[in-house]
Design a protein around this ligand. Structure first.
Ligand SMILES: Nc1nc2c(ncn2[C@@H]2O[C@H](COP(=O)(O)OP(=O)(O)OP(=O)(O)O)[C@@H](O)[C@H]2O)c(=O)[nH]1
Ligand SMILES: [Mg+2]
Length: 295
C-alpha cells in the first residue's frame, strides 16, 4: 500500500466551484449564507417562491427538506419535519405536498418546496400532470392518478393559475451513486425529454440536486468542491441532463446523525439559496412583462 489517495479522495488544486461569498472557511460561509437567506428579497408580486422537487422514490427529496430545516432552524438539533422512508419500505401513492421552511419559532421563509411523495418513476405521474403542476393547475395535497391527468372538476384543480401558483424552479433529484436512477429506461426517459422541452420553452429554471455524494466514498466531505470524483459525477449529470455544470448541486443529507454538522448545513444552505435565487430570477422576469402582453 502506498500513500496514493483512493480515486474517491483525489483533490484538484483549485476548487471546481467558486462560491459567490466573501468568506472561505466553512463555518463563516455557513453564517454568510444564513444571512443571505434570512434577508432574501423576493422580486415580483408573489407570496412564495415555488420550488418543485421531482425525482424517484428514495432519491432523497424529503431528506433534503429536512437538511434545510436543520440548517436553518437553529443550532445543535436535527429537525425532521418530513417523513423519510426506511431504505426497504414500500413507497406510497404519489401525492403533491408543499413544505414550509421555518427559520425561527414564529417565522418562515417565503418559499414553498413541493415534493411529490412516493414518485416511483416519472411514470407514477401522468406527464400532462407534471406540466399541470408546473403551470400551477394542481393544488397542494392532490393525489395523482398515473393513468389520467387531473380532471377539471376535481377540487384540487385550479382553473386560472396566476404567477404565484406556478412552479418557479424545477429541481430533478437523483442519487450520486446512481444518477441515471433519476429516470427509468424507455418511456420515462421519453417523458423526461418531453417535460424538459416544456420547461425550457417556458424558461423555467431547471436544476439537478445530486444527493448521497457521501456514497462516492470520500473520507473528507469538507473538500467536496475540490474533489475530482465529485466534479466528474456532477459533469456526468450535466451531460445527461444537458444543463450547465453550475446547475448541478451536490448534496449530502443528514441521515442518522444526532448532531448538526457545519459542512452539511453549508451544503443545504448553499443549495437552497441557489434554488431560491433561480426561482426569484424567473419571478422577476415574469413580473416585468406588462399585463396582457402575452394574451
Ligand atoms: N447516505 C445517504 N443517504 C441518504 C442521503 N439522502 C437521503 N438518504 C437516504 O435515502 C433514503 C430515502 O430518502 P427519502 O428522503 O425518504 O427519499 P424521497 O425521495 O423523499 O422518497 P419518496 O418519499 O419515496 O419519494 C433514506 O433512507 C435516507 O436516509 C444522503 O445524502 N446520503
Ligand atoms: Mg419523501
Amino acid at each position: 500500500m502506498g500513500n496514493n489517495p483512493s480515486a474517491a479522495d483525489i483533490l484538484e488544486k483549485e476548487p471546481w466551484r467558486k462560491m459567490p461569498l466573501t468568506t472561505t472557511k466553512i463555518p463563516d460561509m455557513r453564517r454568510e449564507l444564513m444571512g443571505k437567506i434570512k434577508t432574501f428579497q423576493k422580486k415580483g408580486n408573489v407570496n412564495f417562491l415555488n420550488i418543485l422537487l421531482l425525482g424517484q422514490s428514495s432519491s432523497g427529496k424529503s431528506s433534503f427538506v429536512n437538511s434545510c430545516a436543520t440548517a436553518l432552524y437553529d443550532a445543535n438539533r436535527i429537525v425532521t419535519p418530513c417523513g423519510v422512508l426506511e431504505p426497504q419500505s414500500e413507497s406510497v401513492t404519489a401525492r403533491l405536498e408543499a413544505h414550509p421552511i421555518k427559520i425561527s419559532s414564529t417565522a418562515f421563509l417565503p418559499v414553498r418546496i413541493f415534493d411529490c411523495r412516493g414518485l416511483h418513476d416519472l411514470n407514477g405521474v401522468h406527464s400532462d400532470d407534471i406540466k399541470n403542476m408546473c403551470d400551477g393547475r394542481i393544488k397542494n395535497e392532490y393525489t395523482f392518478d398515473p393513468t389520467l391527468p387531473v380532471r377539471s372538476d376535481n377540487e384540487k384543480f385550479r382553473e386560472r393559475p396566476q404567477l404565484q401558483d406556478r412552479m418557479h424552479c424545477v429541481v430533478y433529484v437523483a442519487a450520486a451513486d446512481n444518477p441515471k436512477e433519476l429516470l427509468a429506461d424507455g418511456r420515462a426517459n421519453e417523458q423526461l425529454k418531453a417535460i424538459r422541452a416544456v420547461l425550457s420553452a417556458a424558461n423555467i429554471p431547471q436544476l439537478v440536486l445530486l444527493n448521497k455524494i457521501d456514497r462516492l466514498g470520500m473520507k473528507d466531505i469538507t473538500t467536496i468542491f475540490r474533489n475530482k470524483l465529485v466534479k466528474e459525477t456532477c459533469e456526468g449529470a450535466m451531460e445527461f441532463m444537458s444543463l450547465p455544470l453550475g446547475n448541478v448541486l451536490p448534496m449530502i443529507n443528514y441521515t442518522e446523525e444526532q448532531t448538526p454538522d457545519s459542512m452539511k448545513d453549508f451544503l443545504a444552505l448553499f443549495n437552497l439559496w441557489y434554488m431560491m435565487s433561480k426561482a426569484n430570477d424567473y419571478v422577476g422576469l415574469q413580473s416585468d412583462v406588462p399585463e396582457g402582453f402575452n394574451d
